[in-house]
Structures are given as C-alpha cells and as structure tokens.
Write a protein that binds this ligand. Structure first.
Ligand SMILES: Cc1ncc(C[n+]2csc(CCOP(=O)(O)OP(=O)(O)O)c2C)c(N)n1
Ligand SMILES: [Mg+2]
Length: 514
C-alpha cells in the first residue's frame, strides 16, 4: 500500500471503530493523513479539528474521548511532534480513555540516519499498545499508538472515496467477580474519580452515606455528604466506620487516603490496585462488582447527614463572598442538570469537593484525575464541550493551570468551537501549596519563589492575543455573569487574594469539625 492508500484505509477503519471526531496537527510527513481526514470531514464521515500545538491537540482528543468513550485519533507528523503528545497519552493511560495517537514516521530505512526530522518513534509511550498497521486497529478501551511509516509521494490529486468498514463494537468485559457484602453496619460508600452512578445507586439502595468526589459521576442525591473531607477528621464518626465500599480512583484528599489505608476495617474496592491509592493490605478485597441485600440502620446515615448540615452552615458563616471558596460555590451552582463542568486540579477541584452541592439531576464533571496535571486543561475542556450536547458548559481552573494550557486557546478561524465559559480563579500563583506542609512558616523564605510561583501575567492580554473574549469581574458578580447565555468561548477572570489561604483552610476545617 502506498501512503495515499494507507491514509484512505485509515479513514475507513476509523469509521469502523466508531470514530466521529479526529484531531490533526500540521506537517508534511503526515500529509496523506491530513488530506484524507480533510476529505472525510467534507464528506460528513467525521468531524475534523485542527490544532497547531500537538500538546494541545492531544488534550483536545482526550477531552473528546473522555465524553464520547469512543476512539478519538490525534494525528501528528514525525519528530518532536510525537513527544508533544506524551502528557495527554499518559493521562489517557491512567484513566483508560481511548485516545489514539497516529504518528507519521519516515520509512524504516531512514531510522538511525541523519535524515531530517527522523527519530525512533517505535513503542514511544511506555505502557500504551503499539500498532504499525491500520488494520490492527480495533475498538477498545485505553490509549493506543499507531505509527505509520509513510514513503513519498505524500500528496496526490485524487478524488477521495471511502468504503467505510462495518461498525465493530467494543467487547464487553465479562463480569465475574462479585463481592457479597452481608454486614451492613458502619459502612460508607467512597466514590473516587470515574466511579459512576453505581456508587450512588448502591448508597441509596442500602441507606449508606455517600462520600463522592466531584468527578466520581456519583455525587448527587440525598445520600451524598458534602463536607465529608472535613467530617473524616471527626473521631465520633470515623471510629464507628467498620467498612468502606469503594468505587473509582480516589486521589483528592488526605483524609480519604487515610481512610483507605486503615487496616482495622474491611474495605471492598470495585476495581484493582491500579485504582486503589495505596498498596492494598490483607483487609482489602478487589472485586468487579458488589452485591448487597438489605437496608442499613437509618441512624447511621442520619448521624452523617446532621453532621454535614452543621458543617455546611458553619463553613458558610465563615465565607465573606470574596474568597476562592465562594467562587467555587458560585461556579458549582451555575452548572445545571445536563450541564458540563470541567474542573482543574489543585484548589479548584478541592474547593468543589469541600463545598460542591449534590444536585439530583445528573451533571458531567471532568477533571483529568489520572495524573492530575495542570497541563492541557483548556483543551480538555474545549474537547469535552465539543463532544456532547450539554445544557451549559463551564470550565473552572486556577491561574497557573490557565496559563500553562493557554495554547489551548490557539484555534484557527474555521474550526469547531463550543459554547464554553472558562472561569479562572486568579490568585496569582499556586495557592494549594500554602495549605500543604510547604506552606508552614519554616519555609516562608523560599515559598513565594519556588512553590507559589506568582507570574503577574496579564490574562486580558493573553486572551486578546488569541482573540478570545475576556472579562475580569469581582467574585460577587460571578453568579450574574454565569447566568448569561454563553456565546462561544469566553474567559471570566475572578481575582482573589492568596495571602490568607492557609489560615482560612484551617479555620474551615476546624469549624466544620466542631
Ligand atoms: C504539569 C504539572 N506540573 C506541576 C504540577 C504541580 N502542581 C500542582 S498544583 C500546582 C499549582 C496550580 O496553581 P493554580 O492553577 O493557580 O491553582 P491554585 O493552587 O492557585 O488553586 C502545581 C504547579 C502539576 N500538577 N502538573
Ligand atoms: Mg492560583
């Protein structure tokens, strides 16, 4: 097969594995793939998204694939372009998102020579299945890497015709291993990232408290305990925990890690070691599913609920409307049922975890929690928003996360754009470190320069450079601004102070506990 035939075959195969969106970065070696994808887009076989920056292209594909759960290819040329996909491929590997890196390569005979833009691209992303032939592509979970050696000619004036393959389905995993939980007392359901609705359904069916991270897909309904992170520091509740039924991949807070590290209680984790945050001891059972018969004593749930209600009001009484916590609460309230919230790492997701409501109607919350990088969040958000039909799409990120991924705003004029409001809580630096051990007075000398890393960057100017709409507003105006109907991509910058973060966090924890 020559390069043009390979490109045609690739489109046919992609359609066969269910692909509806493809991301492409420019280059000469990848030219046949670019022409084929352009033709496929024109013929309505799939939707093409072009991005100059491969790192952002990778995260755009990640956002699309996170929502669609179908293979989303990202196509690059050879050389350093390939390496720029690495952050998104790593994140996809750790969350099982089906991003397909398709990298154009020189013919094998040029490998190891000084030929232009030629390096060894084989097996580039450790742990990611490596393919060298279009027909090896099947529907599947998790990322893959298809490296295509393309020889000249790299262009041809042809009429592109595709005979799409029949749709192949993702093989279902046969569920075998069901853990039966028959003692119901003292049990909490922990729902980490990607846990899914099953966790909520179980908690509601049996009557257990539900401790659900924002990206669990389970945070909602009457059993969700909003301030669980604070309540997990209360011995009167934790001493009575006898069992945890855990779903998803919990990474957000140390009290949860401490709970899952306890060896004096029984832990049933739906999943395996790869989604369990500490090396599992003998008291941990891994399973594919859980079965529970019966209902728990309502007094147990009531103890958590009433502690939660007091903690919520105690925290509310401490907030004056101008803090990052207030911004998080306002963002949370602005995402309706059927809406999308893409939340950045660091404090934005932790503040939502502490204060985010538990609405009845389902929302989609995405957070790249596989490796919790501050990179690629804007492209992840744009990809996620483009992937589904949401009643409203909002991204919520810190200033460093925004600036790190600001090339995600580099989008050509003809490219598909979502309606997406990007709220940036700007405290000029990384405020999370102030709440960790690094933030103690002992390290005050070094703290600003090597942890907080304030930039003084002008976000309005950054956005202007990309011709993206930007407004800077006060926290108190955010609710009104977010109630406006969105029109394309807009950045809403909300400046807040960073100075008092450590003491405020400590005070909120204290009042919530007492
Ligand atoms: C790619 C990457 N580099 C570094 C880090 C370490 N890190 C975690 S949070 C953070 C600061 C984030 O600052 P910002 O987005 O402003 O959020 P804030 O802490 O102020 O809420 C950094 C550098 C990371 N998670 N990912
Ligand atoms: Mg910040």
């Amino acid at each position: 097969m020559n390069s043009i035939q390979t490109a045609r075959r690739l489109v046919e195969r992609l359609v066969g594995v269910g692909t509806t969106d493809a991301v492409l970065s420019p280059g000469s070696r990848s030219g046949p793939l670019a022409l084929a994808l352009h033709a496929a887009d024109a013929q309505g076989l799939l939707r093409l998204h072009v991005r100059v920056d491969e790192r952002e292209a990778g995260f755009l594909a990640l956002g699309l694939a996170t929502i669609q759960r179908r293979t989303v290819p990202v196509v690059t040329t050879s050389g350093t372009a390939v390496a720029n996909l690495h952050p998104a491929m790593l994140e996809a590997l750790h969350t099982g998102v089906p991003v397909l890196a398709i990298t154009a390569d020189r013919p094998a005979r040029l490998r190891g020579t000084g030929a232009n833009q030629t390096t060894d691209q084989r097996d580039f992303f450790r742990g990611v299945p490596f393919l060298i032939d279009v027909d090896q592509l099947t529907p599947g979970r998790g990322p893959r890497h298809l490296n295509l050696e393309l020889d000249e000619p790299l262009v041809d004036v042809i009429e592109w015709r595709f005979v799409a393959d029949d749709r192949l389905d993702v093989p279902e995993k046969a569920t075998a291993d069901v853990a039966v939980v028959d003692r119901l007392a003292g049990t909490v359901v922990m729902a980490g990232d990607g846990a899914g609705a099953t966790a909520r359904e179980l908690a509601e069916a049996v009557g257990w408290p539900l401790l659900a991270e924002p990206t669990s897909g389970a945070r909602g309904g009457s059993h969700a305990i909003t301030t669980y992170r604070a309540l997990l520091r209360r011995p009167d509740l934790t001493d009575r925990i006898e069992r945890v039924v855990s779903f998803g991949h919990a990474t957000l807070s140390r009290p949860v890690t401490a709970l899952l590290a306890r060896d004096d209680i029984e832990i049933v984790h739906v999943g395996d070691q790869s989604t369990f945050p500490i090396p599992a001891g003998a008291n941990v059972t891994f399973a594919d599913a859980v079965r529970v018969d019966g209902s728990a004593d309502p007094a147990w749930l009531e103890a958590w609920r009433s502690a939660d209600a007091s903690a919520v009001s105690a925290i509310e009484a401490e907030l004056d409307g101008t803090t990052a916590y207030d911004v998080a609460r306002t963002v949370d309230a602005a995402v309706p049922g059927g809406g999308l919230l893409v939340v950045g790492p660091s404090n934005p997701i932790r503040d939502l975890d502490l204060l985010g409501s538990a609405p009845d109607a389902a929302r989609t919350v995405v957070g790249n929690r596989g490796l919790a990088g501050i990179d690629g969040m804007l492209s992840t958000a744009i990809g996620s928003a483009l992937a589904g039909s949401f009643t409203r799409a909002i991204a919520y990120v810190g200033d460093l996360t925004f600036l790190h991924g600001s090339n995600g705003l580099l989008i050509g004029p003809g490219e598909p754009r979502p309606d997406l409001t990007i709220v940036v809580v700007n405290d000029d630096g990384g405020s999370i470190f102030a709440t960790l051990e690094q933030g103690a007075d002992d390290y005050a000398d070094a703290f600003e320069r090597v942890y907080a890393t304030p930039t003084g960057a002008d976000l309005a100017a950054v956005c202007a450079g990309f011709r993206i709409a930007h407004r800077q507003i006060a926290p108190g105006d955010l609710a009104t601004v977010l109630a406006e109907p969105p029109d394309g991509i807009e950045v809403i910058e909300v400046p807040v102070g960073r100075a008092g973060r450590r003491t405020l966090e400590a005070r909120l924890m204290d009042v919530a506990e007492s």
